[in-house]
Every structure is written in C-alpha cells, then in structure tokens.
Ligand binder design. Structure first.
Ligand code: SF4
Length: 432
C-alpha cells in the first residue's frame, strides 16, 4: 500500500471524497452529471452531503476521509488494506484549507470527516484532532463539524475531539461479535463500544451537570450517531434488536420501584388519557411506580397539564425522542400500550423480542400479537383495566415470571411480525 505523496489538493479531494461516499452516517446524492450548454449547474457524485444540525436544520457538508489508507482489512470496505486502490492522505492544514474555501464560497455549512486507520488508532485520531483544532482555533471556523471517532483510540483524544466537534459517530459495523469476527477480524466489539459509551456518557454528563459546562465548550452538542451493516452476515432482526438493546441508553430508567414504559406518538390514537387515568389510579392505590414515555407529539402540552392536574409529576415522565429505544425497553419491568386503535403494535413486538411482559388495551388487531396471560395481559380500553393489569403483574410474581418464561420460549427470528408490519406499511398502515 503506497501513499501518493505527489498529488495535488484537487486530486486528493477526488480520491478522499470518493472514498467517503460509502459512509452513510450522512448521505451523498450519488448523482454525477456534467454541466450542459445553456443550462445552469452540474452535479458530482461525492464531496458534498447533507445532515441535520442540532436545531433540526438540514445542512450541506464537505464529506471527506482524512486518509483512505488503512491498516485493517474489513472485507466489506473499499479502503481495506488488501484492496488495490490509489491511496492518499490530507494534512491537517489541507483539511482546513478545503473546508474554509468551500465555506467561503457558500458551498457548505460544515465538514464531515472520517478516516481509514493510518499507523494506529491513536495516530489517526490525533491527526483528526489537529485538523479540528486548527480549524476552530487558527481558522476560527464556527460551522458544523461531524467527525468519526476511531475505535481503539485513547479516550483522552476522543474527549478533546468531542469538545471541538458538533457530532461524533462510531460505526457499530455488524450486529454480532461473530459477524464482526468473520468480516472485520481486526475489530472487536469492546473496542467499538468503548468510544460509543464514552461519547454517550459525555453527552449525559453534560445534560445533568449544566453548571460546570455553562461557560465552557459543549461536548458533541448535536449528539452521536452510528451505522450498522445489515445483510452482509446472517444475523436476524432479533439479534440486531438484542445488540442495539445492549448499547448505552440515552435515558436511564433508574427508578428504584416498578418501571413502566410506553413508546408512542403523543396523540389521541395512543390513548394517553387512558394511560394517565391508569397512572392516577395506581398512585391512589399506593403503588410506587415510574411510567416513562418515549416520543413527542401534538398532545404534549395537554398531557403535561393533565400530569400536573393529577399530581403525577414524579410518576409520569415524558422523555422525548431517542434513535435507539431498545436499551429503554430492556430496562423497564412492563411495557404498556394504551392504544385505542392500531394496525400493528410494533413496540409490542419489540418488547416481546426483549422478553418484556406487555400490558395492552384490547385494540382491534391486538390478538395478532398477544396471547392473554401468556405473553402479557390484554385489558379493557380504560384506565381501570390498564391499572388492574399492571397491578396484577406486580402482585402476582408467579404470573409475571410465567410470562417472562413464555416470552423466552417464543420464536424469535426475523420478527415474523416485523415483516408483517412492513407489509402493512406497504398497504398504507404505518407506525406512528
Ligand atoms: S477500519 Fe474502517 S477504513 Fe479500515 S478497512 Fe475497516 S472499515 Fe475500512
């Protein structure tokens, strides 16, 4: 593998933007079209992509690799050591020059920087750090930066990079250790998970420790993302969901008593009036619980008001949105669904995958997924029914454990049911 030393900046850009196009943490258009006489504009297949800033805006980014040289040989990657492709690397100054020049011309609002591994993870992460530091300090660049953390790099360098970048990501690569071993033998799950956990912890600490960070730099304010290769190895949906559930949770469900979870858009269909009435009754009956809710929606203000009206501020917690709900499902004791109607309850299927007993209202299609008193309880569509179901699972441990045992035995593969869900989408019945 020979790095081309004599390339011009433009030639390096052609190679390293092309090599970056396979990273889908942000997306390239993939269109390659020359300018035409009498027409305005052209399109190139790589180089610029779009992503979302912390405030939700869609922004254009210069998308490049620092280098396409790599000491590893991941079989799915164009930059793998054994692949015979032209190799090159930017210098930190070249990354800064390109970013600033593109920015000044108004082509981009930020930078997406990933890299192959040059010499070692530490060496590469340090080069990325130097580029970002120069960009922020010397070139005074205040635009958006999304950077890839290199698994295996020293946590101290990752921490420093995180204070300069807006978003960091680490590729999860493949859902299982076995898949990783067969296609990326130089990588290990623990080395991939370590920086992911570090970034997540940095974000969480910042959320809870506002004061120390108040006047200082913020750690990856736009958050963390990841990507996983699906279909290259024979893992099924269950293995992927299980894998995702083992990642660091964005929200810790740390109540010392009964933990309930509901995932669903805050709207009429999801029956939050039923959930709140059930919560009110549980509290009235002296049951200690915390009911966590994931997702947002138009009823947010109304639900907040009802929480206050019922005095449920400590019991009914609206967490908001997370890209990976599985660690939260894993942490809860009971998954509760209070829908008034559903084509298919995807969250119920996901909870069952993770062996969580379900309490759900009896919406029309409920028995396509539920076997009453086997994988959970199906209740009447009102607060009393739902509260009774939850209380029953709490007070009848034999029933609770029998349900967990049943769920453990349930066939889990390519969530026959998730496949069914996709069929429903095709027919026009979607998940919230
Ligand atoms: S470490 Fe990254 S760049 Fe190197 S071969 Fe593997 S996937 Fe490709």
């Amino acid at each position: 593998m020979l790095i081309q030393e004599q390339m011009s900046l433009e030639e390096k850009l052609a190679v390293l933007s092309d090599a970056a196009k396979y990273d889908v943490s942000c997306t390239s258009s993939g269109v390659d079209r020359k300018g035409k006489k009498g027409m305005i504009g052209n399109a190139v297949s790589a180089g610029l992509c779009h992503s979302f800033a912390a405030d939700g805006r869609c922004i254009s980014l210069l998308k490049i690799l620092f280098t396409n040289q790599c000491i590893y040989d991941c079989r799915y990657c164009i930059n793998r050591r054994s692949n015979d492709v032209m190799r090159t690397a930017f210098t930190p100054d070249e990354v800064c020059t390109l970013t600033m020049e593109f920015y000044r011309r108004n082509y981009i609002e930020g930078l997406f920087l990933s890299s192959g591994i040059l010499h070692s993870p530490d060496y590469t992460m340090d080069l990325i750090y130097q580029a970002l530091r120069k960009l922020r300090v010397q070139y005074r660049f205040n635009g958006y930066i999304h950077v890839k953390a290199i698994p295996g790099a020293d946590p101290v360098i990752i921490e420093h990079v995180g204070l300069l970048a807006d978003r960091m990501s680490v590729n999860l690569e493949l859902p299982t250790a076995q898949g990783l071993k067969s296609l990326a033998p130089s990588k290990s799950r623990s080395r991939i998970l370590a920086p992911m956990r570090q970034i997540q912890r940095g974000i969480s600490t910042q959320r809870t420790e506002i004061i120390p960070y108040k006047r200082g730099q913020r750690f990856v304010p736009a958050g963390q993302s990841t990507q996983m290769i699906v279909g290259a190895t024979p893992e099924n949906d269950y293995q992927m969901i299980k894998r995702m559930s083992e990642l660091e949770p964005e929200f810790k469900l740390d109540a010392p008593h009964l933990k309930l979870l509901t995932i669903g858009r805050l709207d009429h269909q999801k029956g939050y009036d039923i959930a709140l009435e059930a919560a009110r009754l549980l509290k009235e009956r002296g049951i200690l619980f915390t009911w966590y809710v994931l997702r947002k929606g138009g009823l947010y203000d109304e639900i907040k008001q009802t929480i206050q009206k019922y005095g449920l501020e400590k019991e009914f917690i609206l967490l908001g949105i997370t890209a990976n709900p599985y660690p939260m499902i894993k942490q809860c004791d009971i998954y509760v669904q209070t829908s008034k109607f559903e084509g298919y309850g995807l969250a119920i299927a996901e909870a069952r995958m993770l062996n969580k007993p379900v309490v759900t209202t009896k919406f029309d299609a409920v028995f396509n997924q539920m076997v009453h008193e086997k994988n959970g309880l199906v209740t009447t569509m009102d607060g009393v029914g739902v509260a009774d179901g939850i209380e029953r699972l709490l007070k009848e441990p034999d029933l609770y454990h029998a349900i967990v045992d049943y769920l453990n035995q349930e066939k889990k593969g390519n969530v026959e049911e998730i496949a069914y869900f996709y069929q429903l989408i095709e027919k026009g019945t979607g998940r919230s």
